[in-house]
Design a protein around this ligand. Structure first.
Ligand code: GLU
Length: 382
């Protein structure tokens, strides 16, 4: 299938732009903003909906305060974001205004979306903005976010938002041309990878570790974000953000950047939320039979297949399920607390009542609340 065919049905695009594209030595680069906004406006002309995730608040605030080098601590970063976010919105509002488009600001923290009700609320708000033809501009609410409620970086935020709005395509505009097979800064032999069919260990390795000065993500966080996005069946493109008309080129089906193909079998939005949005509070180690049953046979997880319980979770918390080697197999919502789970591991479901004095469920995690995250050749049933 050609790129053009693959992207033929795309209606709603999430575009994410990083600080390294947007900001330079003089703070926000207004030329880049104009160029990018014109590109987004042209997507709108094509009848596409655009959700825009923009970084640059902290970098812009830092520049306004005349601070060189890195910001020292969290309060400095949060204060810089408070200054920069307002500036960022003003710049966007002016630039989109020239194309007759309005913008709406949406600032999120992780805790806003781990609550299912708030998650749905945010979704409704963003969809309303789209219905009004307004461009939602989304960023992390950096002034209030502390570690516990942080997305960490905007690559992750964009992946979460793509799930919230059910985007058909995610384009991550970066300061590089895409993903290379090795670090292009260190090797002349590095080659751009045009298409990634599956995010293997090798691909993750190619992404390396390092971030750029302006943003916090780096290539690694982009590939991890791509993994989350393709898991729900959405294609993901890492593309050069400074290239004029890059979004048009992408929608014309040109071979620009790196395209990550959606995984053949994918999670629905709620299972994605269980797998990637909720923070796991514990870990269940599964025996081989249980791994087989949940991955290949579409079964629930029974206490009999659990060999170890780690962490401190209560009923309804998200937990990770790993195999004996520690590989993540699935995430799900626990039917029993950690304390209870420890008492019933290895037992048959008929023995739960005797062990706990009550039994509300036969399963440790019901299939409906279980999101299988590993790639596997055979199709699951659930
Ligand atoms: N939210 C941060 C900002 O607007 C950017 C985080 C990132 O670089 O990923 O400055």
């Amino acid at each position: 299938m050609t790129r053009k065919e693959r992207l033929g049905n795309v209606k709603r695009i999430l575009v994410k732009v990083g600080s390294a594209v947007l900001t330079g030595d003089n703070g926000i680069d207004l030329n880049i903003v104009e160029q990018l906004v014109a590109d987004i406006a042209a997507l709108r002309e094509r009848g596409l909906q655009v959700v825009f995730v923009s970084s640059g608040a902290i970098a812009s605030g830092k520049h306004r305060m005349g601070i060189e080098g890195k910001l020292k601590n969290l309060p400095q970063k949060q204060a810089a974001a408070a200054i920069g976010q307002g500036r960022l919105m003003r710049v966007y509002s002016n630039a989109f205004g020239k194309h007759g488009l309005y913008v709406g600001q949406v600032l999120l923290t992780m805790s806003d979306i781990t609550d299912r009700k708030r998650f749905l609320n945010i979704r409704n708000t963003i969809l309303q903005l789209l219905e009004w033809g307004v461009i939602p501009i989304i960023n992390e609410n950096d002034t209030v976010a502390v570690d516990e409620i942080k997305f960490g970086d905007n690559d992750n935020l964009a992946a979460m938002v793509a799930n919230i709005v059910e985007a058909d395509l995610v384009v991550n505009l970066t300061s590089t041309n895409g993903l290379y097979d090795q670090n292009p800064n260190n090797s002349k032999k590095a080659r751009l990878i045009p298409v990634v069919k599956e995010i293997t260990e090798e691909i993750e390795k190619a992404a390396g570790e390092e971030g750029t000065e302006a943003g916090v993500g780096g290539m690694r966080s982009k590939v991890l974000a791509a993994k989350k996005v393709v898991a729900v069946g959405t294609p993901y493109i890492i593309a050069p953000g400074k290239r004029t008309g890059v979004l048009q080129e992408i929608m014309d089906g040109k071979e620009v950047g790196t395209l990550f193909l959606p995984s053949a079998e994918h999670l629905n939005s709620r299972k994605y939320w269980i797998a990637f949005t909720l923070r796991p509070r514990g870990r269940l180690v599964l025996d081989e039979g249980a791994v087989q049953a949940i991955v290949h046979d579409g079964k629930s997880l029974l206490p009999s297949g659990i060999t170890r319980v780690e962490g401190d979770f209560v009923i309804g918390d998200a937990v990770s399920c790993v195999d004996v080697d520690g590989n993540l197999i699935a995430r799900g919502l626990a039917n029993y607390s950690a304390e209870e789970m420890k008492k019933i591991i290895g037992l048959k479901s008929s023995q739960i009542e005797q062990a706990l004095g009550y039994k509300d469920y036969d399963e440790a995690i019901h299939r409906d609340n279980l999101a299988v995250t590993i790639h596997h050749a055979e199709k699951p049933k659930g």
